[in-house]
Design a protein around this ligand. Structure first.
Ligand code: MBD
Ligand code: FE
Length: 258
């Protein structure tokens, strides 16, 4: 039976694809690919798709340029990469500090994180939904490459009446993207290492404001300048303070109007 799925012409697709072709022609005129290089690329892209690494590859090597093109020079906290490891349905955690969902014996250094959410006019944003996800002390994300329970080190919580939140977690560690598939093949061939600096993913939602998807980084991390995914922004940097049996860090976040 014929495939009866109908897709109407989408003007945005026409517009974006026309632009893409125009710039691809310019790019190819300059890159001067031969047909063997083209065939190698097709075969690699086929392996990439079959491996399930397309989201990983695009989030590492393309997403940062999408964000820069759209959000550079706007007021408010800079967005950073969503990445491939976001999942819907994290548990709600409450209290001050709110303890991020983790195993009883979760390995790693204790982290206390304090933040505030306001808008570009300085108004404190109470009851902002904050999603938090990070890797564990072995460098793995739950629900993806770790054998920890689902939603380990993933939670959401809400800011208090002053827009403040306080969270207890463990320190994330630098993350190596997988090196054993087509993404790793590309990373090596292009001369990149596979590391991202330690980071915490956060997503802020408040009605009437643009949802902010961003990450927090730590001063002194050895991978800040060469992050394989180029996700680091100066305004997203925090400093770890030694408090004895835990580390403390702080950063404030500013949402833009919708
Ligand atoms: C990550 O942890 C990440 O944050 C991004 C953007 C890409 C790959 C792995
Ligand atoms: Fe990440």
């Amino acid at each position: 039976m014929a495939n009866t799925t109908e897709t109407a012409v989408n003007n945005r697709v026409v517009e974006v694809y026309d632009l893409f072709v125009k710039h691809m022609q310019e790019f190819l005129a300059e890159a001067n690919l031969n047909h063997e290089e083209y065939t190698n690329f097709v075969n690699w892209a086929d392996r990439l798709g079959r491996s399930g690494e397309i989201p990983l590859y695009l989030d590492v090597f393309v997403e940062t340029y999408v964000l820069e093109a759209k959000y550079k020079d706007l007021p408010g906290t800079e967005p950073s990469l969503l990445g491939p490891y976001w999942t819907e349905g994290s548990p709600l955690v409450e209290g001050k500090p709110a303890k991020i969902n983790m195993r009883d014996d979760e390995p790693g250094e204790k982290l206390r994180f304090k933040g505030n959410v306001s808008d570009v006019n300085g108004k404190k944003l109470a009851n902002t939904k904050v999603e938090w996800w990070q890797d564990d002390a072995s460098g793995y994300y739950s629900n993806f490459d770790s054998d920890a329970p689902d939603f380990n080190l993933r939670s959401h919580f809400y800011t208090d009446e002053n827009g403040d939140f306080e969270v207890e977690s463990i320190l994330p560690i630098p993350y190596s993207i997988p090196t054993d598939g087509p993404t790793g093949e590309f990373t090596r061939a292009a001369g990149y290492h596979s590391f991202r600096p330690a980071h915490i993913h956060m997503k802020f939602e408040h009605e009437g404001y643009e949802t902010l998807i961003t990450q927090v980084f730590f001063e002194g991390d050895e991978w800040l300048e060469t992050d394989v995914a180029r996700g680091v922004r100066q305004s997203l940097m925090t400093r770890l303070e030694d408090k004895g049996d835990y580390k403390e860090a702080e950063l404030n976040f500013v949402l833009r109007f919708d």
